[in-house]
Design a binder for this molecule. Sequence first.
Ligand code: NAD
Length: 437
Amino acid sequence: MKIAVVGTGYVGLVTGTCFSEIGIQVKCVDIDEEKVKKLQNGTIPIYEPGLDLLFERNIREKRLAFTTSLAEGINDADVIFLALPTPPNEDGSADLKYVLKVAEDIGTLLKRYTIIVDKSTVPVGTAELVKEKISNKTSIEFDVASNPEFLREGVAVEDFMKPDRVVIGANTDKAKKILGDLYAPLVRQGNPIIFMDIRSAELTKYAANAFLATKITFMNEIANLCELLGADVDMVRRGIGTDNRIGKRFLFAGIGYGGSCFPKDVQALAKSSKEVKYNFRILNAVMEINNQQKIKLIDKIKAYFNHDLKGKTIAIWGLSFKPYTDDIREAPAIDNIYKLLDAGVNIQAYDPEAMNNVRLILGDKIKLVNEEYDALHNADALMIFTEWPVFRTPDFSIMKSKMKNNIIFDGRNLYDPDTMKENGFSYISIGRKEVYV
Ligand code: NAD
């Protein structure tokens, strides 16, 4: 089987590389010439653990290739995956211009039966639009299917190679058979391939992300209540997470969800609901709460410094929206940085992987340093925005020797408050008691 993957970002590159790993011939297409040049030269433009090994092997074994030409990329493909961006429009709806433009171009290039698969996260009804765009340009037989992607950045390779489930929305037996065969090697342990109608598949992806965003937000609301009632959100988390009906995951309170998916997908689902005159009230609350939660530490740090942050030096640990990725799209750290800059703060920041991306958007507005302890030099406070493992067990005596004030504002609840006090730190986190020295 031969496949093409159009769009070689976080999803497309992982999809293409992982399919090549199971013996499929893969051509990846991207309009970004610089990105394609890097890939052709054997360099991966993103940070994704474990991807390099597979990438190098499959290039060497000539199963994986990259091109900027759609015609060349899809020339002999049996299946074409669309892994294109679907960013939010100003009104929150998903912008389908990339998907629909490529669909139209594919229509002019088809030579024989092909399945075009939406892997991008797209609103219900998009497959029908894709079908229409292609039909307008060709009389060759083709199918459009929906195959939403559930991989998580940071563990994307593992998620792709061992998916909990594969969702395939298709309405012909031919498309179901070909896509089922393509995915079969990835579900040998018995995880299901769930076939369904296309509209349900499209909605499944939004439902999953909206549910997870709601679960995080619910816990953040509990954390806010804990602060007012003198309870500890970590204890409550352990108390409820052990209930199988609730489950342990996505229960960590913090400074809100971010990333390239949750915020845009929650918005897009709310907008889709509105379009059919359904008021999806939970989603509206989730978005409002998360926007406040993201900058929750700003209120706390302002209160601590009597609402005068001007000229203060703040150290920041963590810039990516979550650990093990360099992705800073909608990262809470970035919202916080803008607020701190507005307040006249000097920022010294460190992140293990995301600093290059931050440099691209913030230039020299903040100082980026090469080591976590360098960020602490003469700092009036430390703020933690991402729970990278390297921040979990720092050397507190080095920290104290560098910082001007021993106070930490922790948006990810990395440390135990009592232990921090014993170590000589004032420590303010989310949904737990504040300790002062
Ligand atoms: P991305 O921005 O990292 O990658 C998209 C790629 O498409 C870019 O390299 C861009 O240059 C390329 N592109 C744009 N127009 C093109 C065109 N006309 N022809 C060829 N290439 C083109 O995006 P992503 O994070 O990989 O997300 C892609 C889709 O997958 C989105 O709909 C997203 O919601 C969904 N998704 C993302 C994740 C994730 O964790 N990132 C997970 C599941 C689903």
